[in-house]
Design a protein. Structure first.
Length: 201
């Protein structure tokens, strides 16, 4: 099991990056809450990882903190929640926001996440409520932060942001509307995604 990687980020396009670790390139899928705080290209980063093995692929997920990875692992243990949906949940909310939503039983906030219907939201409340009661609020603050790669061309920040939202489970038309609502010429793709997700909840 690959538990942590430390290397140089050589490509990134939300929600995926390519990190070079001593000459070996690892493709990782990251929740946007981790992606926002990645360093620039050709700079080093340390990410905690979780490997998902399927019949048709080995998928490596990366996280800026152990708390993020722990929540991801708790989510995929929940009936009806797979890695892609867990990634969408962690992209829409920070660990702290998700825990508060669970503890306060904020069903309306959970169902706004793509792929989370009422039944899934209720299942999350039932299976996870109370599970985080022993953890102090401060432990959920992320102090060390954290589409398919196609480096052959450069899309506009809006197109990159729309592609990332689609990869996270939003319908193309919805993703386009979300980005248009927050579009500004001085925002890069990561900032557009952050604002779009914030406005969606």
């Amino acid at each position: 099991m690959i538990g942590r990687l430390h290397g140089t980020i050589i490509e990134k396009q939300p929600p995926e990056i390519l990190i070079d670790v001593q000459g070996v390139g690892y493709e990782l899928l990251l929740p946007m809450t981790s992606f926002y705080h990645l360093p620039e290209l050709n700079e080093t980063a340390t990410l905690f990882t979780h490997l998902v093995v399927r019949e048709d692929a080995h998928l490596l997920f990366g996280f800026a903190s152990k708390q993020d990875r722990t929540l991801f692992r708790d989510l995929i243990k929940t009936n009806g929640v797979g890695p892609k949906l867990a990634l969408a949940i962690l992209s829409a909310m920070s660990v702290e926001e998700f825990v508060f939503a669970i503890e306060r039983e904020e069903l309306s906030k959970l169902v706004k996440i793509p792929g989370v219907g009422k039944k899934t939201a209720e299942r999350l409340l039932v299976e996870l409520k109370g599970k985080f009661g022993h953890v102090k609020k401060a432990d959920f603050f992320i102090t060390e932060q954290h589409g398919i790669l196609n480096p052959s061309y450069q899309d506009s920040p809006q197109e990159d942001a729309i592609a990332a939202l689609i990869a996270l489970g939003y319908k193309p038309a919805d993703a386009e509307k979300m980005i248009k609502r927050v579009a500004a010429t001085d925002l890069n793709s990561e900032q557009l995604i952050r604002e779009a997700l914030k406005n969606a909840l």
